[in-house]
Write a protein that binds this ligand. Structure first.
Ligand code: NDP
Length: 284
């Protein structure tokens, strides 16, 4: 029977630490960390994420601004808003909720955000800093996974870590962070041969492919730590991860549930990054 890594509880603990640090920061500087969240269009899942992000801001004592723009927003209008927020001293973090509607150039928008306010850490400047291990912001989901491992007392150094998924927002930065923590890292993707065999080498398996209940018992080495980043909707509307929890839980040593595992940590890291940015802005 695996120990369940309770992302909700760990996240709550970290958020209360951030709230205490924020109160101290406000007392010392008279400034309140500020996050601006922009959403374009009416995707219901994105709207839920945006609402949760603003709620988290309230919880830790941040100032927040929300921009809900219509689907018809043009590239020039969105860029003008990003420029305005780049110049706004009240705002330390700018988050553009992805995906953007098809007619908008996502890459150009992400490049437009001042890297000092890029609290999602998607700007190539920040991605480059992560590569060389000299970073200010960490990408929210992979950093959340690292906090879960750390706070659960799981040693990474020298361990075989297998990351399945190579997206720019999860798989690649996740692999980099595990490498920096001295893990021996393998990255798998849709062309990997004998995926189950490679996964069975893992002391720490990170599943991030977006396929419901994909990883069954045959992918797991007994005693492995299994982190499920996946968030998928079953036909009945239920949220489920990439890991078949019922099959894997009896074999693993630690496992994250979905929901209540990695999910809550992503927004918590966003709060952490916004506070870091606010602190840097006073030192600048
Ligand atoms: P992407 O779709 O961008 O990437 C998926 C990756 O998985 C790709 O690299 C793809 O390989 C690989 N892949 C797909 N199918 C297979 C397969 N059968 N075998 C091996 N590899 C496969 O997804 P994201 O990285 O954005 O997200 C992954 C999951 O994590 C999703 O479920 C998403 O909802 C969730 N997520 C959760 C977050 C959270 O806060 N908990 C935050 C962000 C994402 P290839 O490159 O070869 O195509």
């Amino acid at each position: 029977m695996a120990k369940i890594i309770d992302g909700k509880a760990i996240s709550k603990q970290i958020r209360s630490e951030i709230a205490a640090e924020t109160a101290e920061f406000i007392k010392n500087t008279g400034r309140t960390p500020g996050l601006a969240v922009i959403i374009v269009g009416t995707d219901p899942a994105s709207q839920v994420y945006v609402r949760n992000k603003r709620k988290a801001c309230e919880e830790v004592g941040f100032y927040s601004e929300g921009y809900e723009l219509p689907e018809s927003t043009t590239q020039a209008e969105l860029e003008a808003l990003v420029d305005k927020l780049n110049a706004d001293e009240k705002i330390n973090g700018i988050l553009v909720q992805l995906p953007l509607p098809k007619h908008l150039d996502e890459t150009a928008i992400l490049l437009r955000i001042n890297p000092q306010k890029d609290v999602d850490a998607f700007h190539p400047y920040n991605v480059g800093k992560i590569m060389i291990g000299n970073y200010k912001f960490l990408p929210c989901t992979p950093a959340g996974v690292m906090s879960l491992l750390e706070r659960s007392g799981i040693e990474i150094s020298g361990k075989e870590c297998v990351v399945v998924g190579r997206s720019n927002i999860v798989g690649k930065p996740q692999a980099m962070l595990l490498l920096q923590a001295n893990g021996t890292v393998t990255i798998c993707h849709s062309r990997t041969k004998d995926l189950a065999e490679v996964c069975r080498r893992a002391d720490i398996l990170i599943a991030a492919i977006g396929k419901a209940d994909f990883f069954g018992a045959e992918y797991i080495k007994p005693g492995a730590v299994v982190i499920d980043v996946g968030m998928n909707r079953r036909a009945d509307g239920k949220l489920t991860g990439d890991v078949n929890f019922e099959e894997v839980e009896p074999i693993a040593s630690y496992i994250t549930p979905v929901p209540g595992g990695v999910g809550p940590m992503t927004i918590t890291t966003l709060m952490k990054n916004t506070l870091i940015s606010a602190k840097e802005s006073v030192n600048a």
